[in-house]
Design a protein around this ligand. Sequence first.
Ligand code: CP
Length: 337
Amino acid sequence: MSAGDRPEGAIPTPAPVRWPHRHLLDVDALTRPEIDLVMRTADEMHDVLARPIPKVPALRGLGVTILFYEASTRTRVSFEVAAKNLSADVVNIAAASSSVSKGESLVDTVRTVEALGADMIVMRHGVSGAPYLAAEVFGGSVLNGGDGWHAHPSQALLDLYTMRSRLPGGSLEGRKVVILGDVLHSRVARSNVWTLTAMGADLWLCGPTTLLRGFDAWAARGAAGRRFTVTSDVGAALRDADVVMALRIQKERMASGLLPSLREYAARYGLTSERLRAARPGALVMHPGPLNEGVEIAADVAVDPRSVITDQVANGVAVRMALLYLMAGARRTEAGA
Ligand code: CP
């Protein structure tokens, strides 16, 4: 039975690869077959989303708490939509309006939401590693919605899903993918390095040397067979690129002295239509958002026909449904259900 023939409300077909992960803290723990499983499950969820009523009962009776200590639009809302589409009971907590503002610790907050019925926590935190601490004390599953500079696993998986769905042939093998901009402060770049190189992409990280620190050593140490280049030469990076992903300049995380000025940055590294001419015709333009138009990406490039930025946002729902669904399955397996 194809997904389209399935009666509405049916749970998607279980995929043959087992999902062993109770938590999703980063993508570095995922094998290539597990990444493929996320992609296939997201395809199933994509079909669910095309139904008149895009809802399945897969997470009925499970509590999902969305606990965000940092601002977010895409990740927070798409996890909420995803959990509701799977019929979970969803609670949203913004740290600024919770008892965190009275000094409650992360550990006490996690224990509190568990006592209030959370089975899964989706967490964003400004401190790298905070979701790992939460996972140590929480009895359920923790999904990292972005921690400091460290990781943004669901973003990397939706970026991969978007590339696979838009690139001819649907494969990353040998494709030149450029991540351009503030790589240093980017949890998106750090997670994308794992997934894209695991899928065989020829990955280039490009930006001012001050915003690439540490990555050249990482590239040199890279796992055998992974293609990973670090450069400040934007022309070389963009030449014949299949995908160009611009990254936001993260002013909120930036120490002084890393950039002379935003104007100079935009002039030397901003993704303009002129620079994009060096890429392959039809190269995909991506950006994880939020955008600083006129800084890391020109306004006309953001809405160019080659831009798949709104696809990234929309695909976030299907990919996050897939992740919640797989995590719920792992919980049931652990519980012997
Ligand atoms: N890409 C991303 O994490 O966006 P938000 O900060 O809006 O969630």
